[in-house]
Design a protein around this ligand. Structure first.
Ligand code: COA
Length: 146
């Protein structure tokens, strides 16, 4: 097992590497670097590292008092199956700034089994939840050279 490290140290985050994955992900295709950078700046983040290389990431959008939304969880393909997402989830759920919250939310296409290990369940009352979705959110942003 390579000497992976899990860290909540913001100074280690490699925004270009995070963007390189997220802009090709199924949930945020085309997301601009400036948007990823702003999201990272305004989130509680955890990274997985092999030496200086960032090989995994997760971030939490939160008021650090009552609510948290878990987003952008990934591990680079060559490093999957080594327990890194489980370790990042432990770091997230044990994070000192994320204790005593009333509710956590997340959206996933197919990784429900991972999050279930940390107590996440399907919505108990889905009819109470609403969403406002912006299709093609990134197409019109000036920061996007395309
Ligand atoms: C999903 C992902 C983050 C898992 O990362 P990983 O480091 O390979 O996962 P781990 O090795 O830490 O697995 C931890 C546990 O979760 C389980 N698990 C991992 N991915 C899973 C999935 N997609 N569905 C169900 N269970 C999963 C594993 O079986 C493992 O169980 P175990 O501890 O009982 O053995 C990784 O496959 C990935 O980056 N996928 C592409 C991006 C993605 O889909 N992210 C999730 C968006 S919500």
């Amino acid at each position: 097992m390579p000497p992976y490290e899990i860290s909540i140290d913001r100074s280690r985050l490699d925004v270009k590497a995070i963007h390189a994955f997220l802009t090709q992900s199924y949930w945020s295709p085309g997301i601009p670097l400036a948007t990823v950078s702003r999201a990272v700046d305004n989130s509680v983040c955890v990274g997985a590292y092999l030496g200086a290389e960032q090989v995994g990431f997760a971030r939490v959008v939160t008021d650090k008092a009552t609510f948290a939304y878990l987003a952008d969880v990934y591990v680079l393909e060559p490093h999957r199956g080594n327990g890194l997402s489980r370790l990042m989830m432990e770091a997230v759920t044990q994070h000192p700034e994320l204790q005593g919250l009333r509710r956590w939310l997340l959206i996933t296409r197919d990784a429900q089994g991972l999050y279930a290990k940390f107590g996440f369940t399907p919505l108990s009352a889905p009819e109470r939840f609403m969403e406002l979705r912006k299709q093609n959110a990134y197409v019109l942003q000036p920061a996007n050279p395309a």
